[in-house]
Design a protein around this ligand. Structure first.
Ligand code: ATP
Length: 371
């Protein structure tokens, strides 16, 4: 399932050069984006970057100031929310407190004047889907946070929309329940074969649930890619820094020997090489970016001459049980973090504070970024 790699596939939802202004504030800035049918798509970015506004334009709660939003090739501009095949589930759940779970789920169907037997069948189907059958007669205040979240989900799925819009759907749940619910959501989305679009500022959540992620900054999309591409091949320091932990080493591009890129690290005299090419000219300012778990650490320089290596001193070690994070200071004063799996019992450390060490990694371990 990767329609975005198929040049013939047409996006199901399309933003064409969309701008949204509130007064003189630009919330969404000349943005173009395609989301495919049956895709689980995540909008990720810091607070205020325009994620919710983008989603509200799909739902019809906001109209673009400029540009077009299309669904299945049809321009949605001017189509009211209730005529769109979309539904939005809010973070607050917005359940009716005086109604039972059953009536909350049935509410929209009754409004649509669906025949009673069909309503009953649909509500039962939804209750089974979210595993809330035994709770049908309860009121929202008699439910846990996770159960309320599932009622809200069942209610927003009851009309079988083509697109479900989820605005921070798991924000009110604690970490463990959140993680369980993420897997339930992906499972549900696959079973139903619907398009899910989720807004979140939690990068782990986006990585867990989504087929693709759009990382946003100030009303623009910086990168759209699969979770693995976003994590392994970020296109900018902004994306690299936003997703997970990363080391950034400043330097200048040097002429590369082969296909990859070569960076002279500022102040160390060391160069690092990557297998990933860059487009900028030698001499340009650039950054080498590498995830801490791609770096290995040793008391000797690496035996393999194709590996990149930098020398430094251990100044801190964080023991996290499954891994230890070594903070290694380079001659420039910059720190590089290396995350090492603790595969054996670590009562005594082979490498410890103040040790002079070599950090090393393979050429495809990191990337050179020019913006
Ligand atoms: P969060 O994660 O905090 O929900 P977000 O990325 O979803 O943030 P939006 O809700 O899309 O951000 O808002 C983007 C910007 O537009 C914000 O600066 C917000 O203050 C502004 N904004 C949104 N709606 C309105 C409105 N109706 N009137 C004025 N400004 C608005």
């Amino acid at each position: 399932f990767a329609p975005w790699n198929d040049p013939k596939a047409r996006p199901f939802i399309e933003f064409r050069n969309v701008t949204k202004r509130f007064g003189d504030f630009t919330a969404v800035d000349h943005l173009s984006l395609g989301i495919y049918e049956r895709e689980f798509f995540a909008l990720l970015g810091p607070s205020g970057c325009g994620k919710t506004t983008l989603m509200r334009m799909i739902a019809g709660f906001e109209e673009p100031t400029e540009g077009h939003v299309l669904l299945d090739g049809q321009d949605l501009v001017g189509v009211p929310p209730y005529r769109r095949p979309t539904n939005m589930m809010f973070q607050s759940y917005a359940l009716f407190p005086h109604m039972s779970v059953w009536d909350n789920i049935a509410f929209g169907l009754k409004q649509d004047k669906m025949p009673k037997p069909e309503i009953a069948a649909r509500v039962e189907e939804m209750l089974a889907l979210v595993k809330l059958g035994p709770f049908a007669r309860r009121k929202p205040h008699q439910l846990s946070g996770g159960q309320k979240q599932r009622v809200a989900l069942a209610r927003s799925l009851a009309k079988k929309p083509k697109v479900l819009l989820l605005d921070e759907p798991l924000g009110a749940l604690d970490k463990k329940l959140r993680e369980e619910t993420q897997f339930e959501l992906t499972d549900l989305q696959m079973k139903l074969g619907m398009t899910f679009i989720i807004v979140t500022h939690d990068q782990e959540e986006a990585m867990t649930v989504a087929d693709r992620i759009a990382v946003m900054d100030h009303g623009k999309i910086v990168q759209v890619a699969t979770p693995a591409e976003i994590y392994e091949l970020p296109n900018s320091r902004y994306v690299a820094d936003f997703i997970g932990d990363i080391n950034l080493i400043e330097g200048r591009l040097a002429p590369a020997a082969g296909n990859g890129a070569r960076l002279e690290c500022a102040g160390t005299g060391a160069t690092v090489e990557t297998s990933q090419p860059v487009e900028a000219a030698p001499g340009s300012e650039a950054w080498f970016a590498i995830r801490p778990e791609k770096v290995t650490i040793g008391l000797e320089p690496p035996a393999d001459p194709t590996k990149n290596a930098l020398k430094g001193t251990v100044w801190d070690i964080g023991y996290l049980g499954d891994v230890s994070i070594y903070h290694v200071r380079l001659a420039t004063g910059a720190t590089v973090k290396a995350t090492i799996a603790n595969r054996t019992r670590l009562v005594e450390r082979p490498i410890t504070w103040e040790d002079e060490v070599w950090l090393s990694w393979s050429r495809d371990g990191g990337v050179v970024l020019t913006r």
